[in-house]
Design a protein around this ligand. Structure first.
Ligand code: CP
Length: 322
């Protein structure tokens, strides 16, 4: 069993409920991880993913070993049949099988290059490890998705539905995914997985962004896109904010329109919406201090739920291996 994308979850609402129960007594399954080891491979930086996955492993009694490939590992070759006479020292074919001998689960973070669309869409690092490793693989953010973040977001979303209302058949919260400005070109992974997660929720979900920032249509499918952020925010119950670079003009920053920053006045147009962001976030560029520090901000809860998202994934993988 791998956890490469949100599609690897057979029943999202069940997993969310299981994670919420796990959160009540996170140390209840310590025996499950006895004598098991997870290898965390980082090709890119991280705060939340690194620490929450380690915390999740500790909660389950799993040992963890960490490898920072970006700074400490041999440069890996991924191309089949490559003549390795340049900078790459080791092929993923050996690396994945060798690491599989040291670990019972391998988790990988490898961002999009934002330079080569075809390679990014193929998720070369993640899929190569999934192909050659002999143990389960967990995606800690790949070029296309961040399913651990999306699972944490699903937990946070469920926990913050208005009490009682969520049980009424007629209640459908309005959720808006809003692009916001950022000085750097950022990947699409968080937005993609959030869209996939929302497509499995009983909610009115729309996306808002300036023209030119359309996400991969294979992922957004028939989700409504509103190019007017004010209109999109009208009556919204949840605002999920994220920057991403252009998908069509791949990896480019086609606009940095500061009018798209999330401000208190924008939140006033909503139905007292909760504010969500995966973090890290650039204050007063993506969102103002007032919103981020306000009562409606869920960002710290979201980060906390990263542990239980990772823990439920590891628990199910370990149970599957038993
Ligand atoms: N949200 C998230 O993945 O945070 P890190 O990049 O710090 O892991």
């Amino acid at each position: 069993m791998n956890y490469l994308s949100l599609n690897d979850i057979n029943n999202l609402s069940e997993w969310v409920q299981d994670a919420i129960e796990l959160k009540q007594n996170p140390l209840d399954h310590q025996k499950l991880g006895k004598n098991k080891t997870i290898g965390l491979l980082f090709f890119n930086n991280s705060l939340r993913t690194r620490l929450s996955t380690q915390r999740a492993a500790i909660n389950l009694g799993v040992e963890h070993i960490v490898m920072n490939f970006g700074s400490a590992g041999w440069a890996l070759e991924f191309e089949d049949g490559a003549i390795m006479n340049k900078g790459k020292s080791e092929h993923v074919k050996e690396a994945a099988r060798v690491i599989s001998q040291f670990c019972d689960i391998i988790a990988i973070r490898a961002f999009a290059s934002l330079e080569n669309k075809e390679k990014d869409l193929a998720e070369e690092v993640l899929t190569s490890f999934a192909k050659y490793a002999t143990v389960p693989i967990v995606n800690m953010e790949s070029s296309v998705g961040h399913p651990l973040q999306a699972l944490a977001d699903a937990i946070t979303f469920k926990e913050n539905l208005p009490v009682g209302k969520e049980k009424k058949q007629t209640y459908r919260p309005k959720v808006v995914l809003s692009w916001a400005p950022h000085p750097k070109a950022l990947p699409h992974a968080v937005a993609n997985s959030f869209v996939q997660m929302m497509q499995k929720q009983d909610a009115d979900f729309i996306i808002t962004h300036p023209e030119g920032y359309e996400l991969d249509p294979e992922i957004t499918k028939d989700v409504f896109i509103e190019y007017d952020q004010d209109k999109a925010f009208n009556n919204a119950d949840f605002i999920y904010t994220k920057n991403w670079s252009s998908f069509v003009d791949y990896g480019k920053v086609v606009s940095q329109d500061t009018n798209w920053m999330i401000t208190k006045n924008k939140i006033k147009q909503t139905n007292n919406a909760k504010f969500m962001h995966c973090l890290p976030v650039r204050r007063n560029v993506v969102v103002t201090d007032e919103v981020l520090d306000g009562k409606s901000s869920l960002v710290i809860e979201q980060a906390n739920n990263r542990t239980y998202a990772a823990q439920i994934v590891l628990k199910k993988i370990l149970e599957n291996k038993e």
